[in-house]
Design a protein around this ligand. Structure first.
Ligand code: UTP
Length: 295
């Protein structure tokens, strides 16, 4: 057990590090965070927020940088817009707008310097204290029956240790991800991890990549304060998990779902096509458009 008698262990907090520069999506990300980029008709961040709410999360912490205003405005009440929708009788839209601002409690924390994902996570130490929490990288959008955050929480409830989401990738893609070495397969999807390496230039320990959904514990936070800068000169979350795995069990879970890296043009295009295909109204438009291209 990680906690003392009577201490709350349920995962109720989700941390969204959204302070990165998003250089791969410039110029779209010059004035807004990449999480505000639109997929069909919602910003990426809203898909991720809806995912964690469906997983039972009650409190969200956004770790933001210089472009936090757009995020704040998106989840804030827009009184004038609501009045306009009400007087125009657009009740469905009004309901949607109210739902966004009433979704969940959001705390905003500023990451002073862009020193990497690991450094961003350190910024929540004083808020989460000893509580385990979910971490969501909202540019990883996942189409799944069960929200991936919920899949990970269910694993955490069994093992009460950190759990990272895993996905097999092509061997020539491993240098783009944190890659794990599996110690023991616990069941079809859950494994105990031996080691992990961030963006291996050669000899990846496997083809299982860490994707942007995690359940972390206080051990990982304390590991972040002990490790040095890693790949790209940044404080890497993967390095903190590697450190933690030396002393405690760390688990990986091969999630059910299809993941899209919406922090890249290709990934956003793939996501757009897949989400359109999954939408009754848009599927016809998609089919007609593709047919008209005579590919
Ligand atoms: P990425 O590696 O995707 O970096 O960060 P980035 O800056 O967002 O995008 P590129 O590579 O320049 O295109 C992974 C996650 O960590 C957050 C990002 O916002 C993203 O959700 N992050 C990264 C921070 O919050 N702070 C940092 O210092 C770095």
């Amino acid at each position: 057990m990680l906690y003392g008698a009577g201490e709350e262990m349920d995962i109720k907090t989700a941390v969204f590090p959204v302070a990165g520069f998003g250089t791969r999506m410039l110029p779209a990300t010059k004035a807004i965070p990449k999480e505000m980029i639109t997929l069909i008709n919602k910003p990426l961040i809203q898909y991720a927020v809806e995912e964690v709410i469906d997983a039972g999360i009650e409190r969200i912490i956004f770790i933001t940088g210089r472009t936090k205003k757009a995020l704040e405005d998106h989840f804030d009440i827009n009184v004038e817009l609501n009045q306009q929708l009400e007087s125009a009788g657009k009740t469905d839209l009004l309901y949607d707008m109210k739902r966004i601002s009433e979704m969940v409690d959001i705390i905003y924390v500023r990451q002073k310097y862009m020193l990497g994902l690991g450094n961003a996570i350190c910024c929540v130490q004083d808020i989460v204290k000893n509580e385990p929490f979910a971490v969501i990288l909202p540019d990883d959008i996942i189409l799944s029956k069960t929200p991936v955050t919920k899949q990970l929480i269910e694993c955490y409830n069994k093992v009460e240790r950190p759990v990272v989401s895993l996905m097999p990738v092509a061997k020539n893609e491993t240098s783009k991800y944190g890659i794990v070495e599996i110690k023991e397969q616990v069941d079809t999807r859950l494994s105990r991890l031996k080691d992990m390496v961030e963006k291996p230039a050669s000899n990846p320990p496997s083809n299982m990549a860490i994707i942007g959904r995690y359940i972390l514990t206080s051990e990982v936070l304390s590991a972040l304060s002990k490790i040095d800068k890693g790949a790209g000169g940044e404080l890497q979350l993967t390095d903190a998990l590697k450190y933690t795995a030396k002393y405690y069990d760390v688990y990986g879970y091969e999630f059910e779902g299809k993941r899209f890296d919406c922090g890249t043009k290709q990934g956003l295009l793939e996501a757009t096509i897949n989400f359109a295909y999954a939408d009754n109204l848009l599927a016809e438009t998609l089919k007609d458009t593709v047919a008209s291209l005579n590919l």
